[in-house]
Design a protein around this ligand. Sequence first.
Ligand code: URA
Length: 237
Amino acid sequence: MSSKLSLDRILQSQGVGTRKWCRELISDGEVQIDGVVVDDYRLMFETNGLVFTLFDEEWVYRKHLYLALNKPSNFECSRKPSHHPAVLTLLPEEFSWREVQPVGRLDHDTTGLLLLSDDGAFIHAQSSAKRHVPKVYVATTQDPVTDELIAQLLGGVQLHDEPAPLAALECRKQGEHQLEIVLDQGKYHQVKRMLAAAGNHCAALRRSAINQLTLESLDLEEGEWCYLDSDQLGLLG
Ligand code: URA
């Protein structure tokens, strides 16, 4: 489907800055398309497949952003963090202009796979409790992982403010103090509270996958992010 926009709107939509600022940049000759300076901000361009150059840097037009971040510890998912920097500070500044936000939240001390986007429909669909998207976590426990602990997490544990016990979809021991747990709900501090309710303590937590999309397949160092392509988005279900 073709989609044309004026150059100033294109720059603004990509998070370059305000409309006024984008017009100034264009009029000043800072923007090139196909190696040619375009200094008329009213000119219309097809956005599909558009690449423009701003200050000699190439920008690929993206209608929406779909990102994965390997979240480090001590970053908050909130836009207005209280004790630690926001995860958004790990992304290029233009993404904030585009109002990119995390899809759901991880605790400040949880690491691993975090999705971010500026597509409201995608964020809503991914975070909807009704969809029961399985999320895989690796928890390091304070006390050893026992068969009884695994059985309790699979059978369901009662949390204080929940009407019914919550059970893991899957749970398996990975080491003396490590287990993998799969949940299809996203209640507040759910893994930590489930482990506490089962008589252990979560010393560290990492999200390793969301549905079929694994952090390992993305090959991101902690603090690194990447764009997700349509195949990778498909793995989210
Ligand atoms: N469960 C938790 O306890 N914390 C998270 O960050 C995610 C799931």
